[in-house]
Design a protein around this ligand. Structure first.
Ligand SMILES: [Zn+2]
Length: 376
């Protein structure tokens, strides 16, 4: 038998033949077809315990034998727990382990959530990474690795990019009532004489501040400097509508753009006729000096650098998380009438009980068949 080498007259013909045979043999792939994909990840839930004996469920799908980080669901304590089984993964270099231990300590001290940049600054201050771009890269790399290995829960790093647009829906009246009951909060400010807002320049840091503003039922806005003329207009309209003495606390970088953006926002509010006390809470030069915060060189490319009177700039992320949160808290708390707050909380608790009784009454009546099926 002879095997003849495949020959094409010309390159052109060869290409045409190849093309034709390609389409002859293979079915064209349909890129719009849905992809069936099954994860092989096996997630196991472990019951772990903090020092005070509170139990927390920690789900985990990583390597056996690893020591993972946990936040107690009851007291908020940060601790480590070993997943059962023998560790068969790669050995971790000592220098890497030291960095990871330092990251754990930072979280144990401040609690989640933090931004990558905040962790980087905290590591740089403790001299675990250099205060350079490479140091930032190292911090980012470790935080990615720690989350991929599932040592650190994903939610510990804030990025505030998850958005969904969907109407609120319920599976039925009973579950809706449960959700309303759990979510019900009485407006803490309705009976306070003033209105307070917190504005932050950076998206990601909003996630860090939100636990505090949420606790005190204070609106938190991300005010991104110069791009937000509409933002300032909307804010002004809202403040006029509320009609109470208003206090705005602004948190942003200590740099030419950050500071002048804050001033612009303040001017815009005035331009639209809103009367509000506007105060830049952080970062200030006094804070940099009092806390010896890590600084950066002034970026001379910044068009506003010419008027900058200071020898350095400092990012809001450089402020330790604890300081940041306590600044937010003290800004708010000074305006609260505590007797009034106490009354509001009492009313809220009574209303929640009432609501719960309504829910139970509804369930009971439905079981008795007195509520029309159609209503469900
Ligand atoms: Zn606990």
């Amino acid at each position: 038998m002879t095997v003849k080498a495949e020959g094409f007259g010309t390159l052109d013909k060869a290409l045409t033949d190849i093309m034709n045979s390609y389409f002859d043999d293979d079915e064209e792939e349909d890129w719009t077809a849905p992809v069936e994909w099954e994860s092989r990840r096996r997630e196991v839930s472990y019951l772990v315990c903090c020092e005070q004996g509170h139990e927390t469920v920690r789900t985990y799908g990583g390597d056996p034998g690893l020591v993972v980080w946990v936040q107690c669901e009851t007291c908020g304590a940060i601790y480590q727990a070993r997943i059962p089984g023998k560790y068969r993964g790669r050995k971790v270099r000592q220098s890497t382990q030291r960095k990871r231990d330092a990251i754990f300590d930072i979280f144990a001290e401040s609690g989640p959530t933090m931004t990558v940049r905040q962790v980087y600054y905290a590591l740089a201050v403790r001299r675990f990474v250099p205060k350079t771009h490479d140091g930032y890269r190292q911090a980012g790399y470790q935080l990615t690795a720690l989350r991929r290995l599932e040592i650190m829960p994903y939610g510990w790093i804030a990025d505030n990019t998850r958005w969904q647009i969907k109407p609120t829906t319920y599976t039925g009246l009973e579950s809706a009532m449960q959700i309303w009951h759990d979510a019900y909060r009485r407006d803490l400010w309705a009976r306070q004489g003033v209105h307070v807002e917190v504005w932050v320049e950076k998206d990601a840091l909003a996630g860090v501040i939100a636990p505090v503003t949420r606790r005190y039922d204070v609106p938190l806005f991300v005010a991104r400097g110069f791009s937000s003329m509409t933002f300032a207009y909307d804010a002004a309209e809202a403040i006029k509508e509320i009609g109470k003495p208003t206090y705005i606390y602004h948190f942003g970088d200590f740099d030419p753009s950050g500071v002048s953006a804050a001033l612009t926002l303040k001017e815009e509010l005035g331009r639209h006729g809103a009367r509000a006390q506007f105060r830049r809470m952080a970062v200030t030069r006094d804070q940099v000096e009092a806390m010896d915060l890590p600084t950066l060189a002034v970026n001379r490319k910044d068009p506003r650098a010419g008027t900058w009177q200071h020898p350095y700039v400092c990012e809001l992320d450089a402020l330790p998380v604890k300081e940041l949160r306590s600044l937010v808290e003290s800004s708010i708390v000074q305006h609260i009438d505590h007797a009034q707050l106490e009354q509001t909380r009492k009313a809220e608790s009574i209303e929640k009980t009432t609501f719960d009784e309504m829910r139970r009454y509804f369930v009971q009546e439905r079981n008795n068949g007195d509520v029309m099926r159609a209503a469900l």
